[in-house]
Design a protein around this ligand. Structure first.
Ligand code: GUN
Length: 284
């Protein structure tokens, strides 16, 4: 059996076309959605991500600004910029690319962003809203994973067992909550969980979000399961790859997301969706 591939590029094209229409309607009413992206330092991977985010904004008809600062920018100066963007009526979403240099406190910076402009969904109030099932911005990567499940007809996950490997604040934890909200039975594992394959082999849905190659191999997957790969790693040849041993797992799984072309484009798509929603809320 060979798994069907969930094409993140194709799904993104469809969702971005819808968001571009919403943006055009807002622009016609004088409320063009606007995103500010802040990059501190010169991490090459982060530089690529922020460029892609800004380009996606332009393609969808959004206003966007990219603010790039040297790695020695002070925390106070960054907080000042965020304060100015919080008050800028042309900006509906503010994204500070992580990781930040070690001398800057991520938490303080994220909390300085106005909750109404927290389109990354990283604010404590956004995370809290997700926890209690209230409306709020959802973290873009797990939100994109949920859209991928919906795209294959998995809306209500009642009776399904989902296993999330990884428990970061920006993927694993919000992913688990979104799966719970969709009525799945959820197990959250660590890459070091004892007998990890015992858990994953029971899963109807596995989400791998560790950041390490081959965390999920074919022997760990129940035949027919849905496998979502959030990883972004490089193999020995420098080629982009995920956390899943794609070549072998695809022979066991029912559905699988590729890397590249899977979750990655969906993260940016959901950022556009959140920014559009922020503009609708702030400018309606
Ligand atoms: N670093 C890795 N993923 C993300 C993300 O989704 N948003 C931000 N701001 N930084 C990241």
């Amino acid at each position: 059996m060979t798994a069907q591939v969930i094409d993140g590029n194709a799904l993104s094209r469809q969702l971005r076309a819808e968001v571009a229409q919403r943006a055009a309607a807002l622009t016609a009413r004088g409320h063009q959605p606007g995103l500010a992206v802040i990059l501190v330092g010169d991490d090459p991977a982060s530089a690529v991500y922020v460029r892609n985010k800004v380009k996606a904004c332009a393609d969808a008809g959004f206003h966007s600004v990219l603010e790039q600062y040297a790695a020695d920018l002070s925390e106070a100066a960054l907080l000042e910029r965020i304060d100015a963007l919080n008050r800028d009526p042309a900006i509906h979403g503010i994204l500070v690319q992580l990781p930040l240099p070690a001398h800057i406190d991520d938490h303080r910076v994220i909390e300085a962003i106005s909750a109404s402009k927290d389109v990354d969904g990283f604010h404590v109030s956004s995370a809290g809203a997700l926890l209690v099932g209230e409306p709020g911005f959802k973290a873009c990567t797990p939100y994109g994973c949920m859209k991928m499940l919906e795209s294959i007809g998995l809306h209500d996950l009642r009776g399904k067992h989902a296993v999330v490997i990884g428990r970061s604040n920006i993927v694993g934890k919000p992913m688990a909550l979104m799966l719970l909200q969709a009525n799945a039975t959820v197990t959250v594992c660590h890459s070091g969980t004892a007998d990890l394959s015992h858990h994953t082999r029971q899963a109807d849905i596995v989400v791998a979000a560790v950041g390490k190659r081959k965390v999920l191999t074919a022997d760990m997957v129940k035949p027919g399961a849905v496998v979502i790969d959030v990883g972004m790693n490089r193999d020995e040849a420098g080629k982009l790859c995920g956390d899943v041993d794609f070549e072998n797992v695809k022979e066991v799984a029912g559905w699988i997301t590729p890397v590249p072309g899977g979750v990655g484009p969906m993260t940016i798509t959901m950022l556009l969706v959140n920014t559009c929603e922020a503009a609708e809320r702030l400018g309606a």
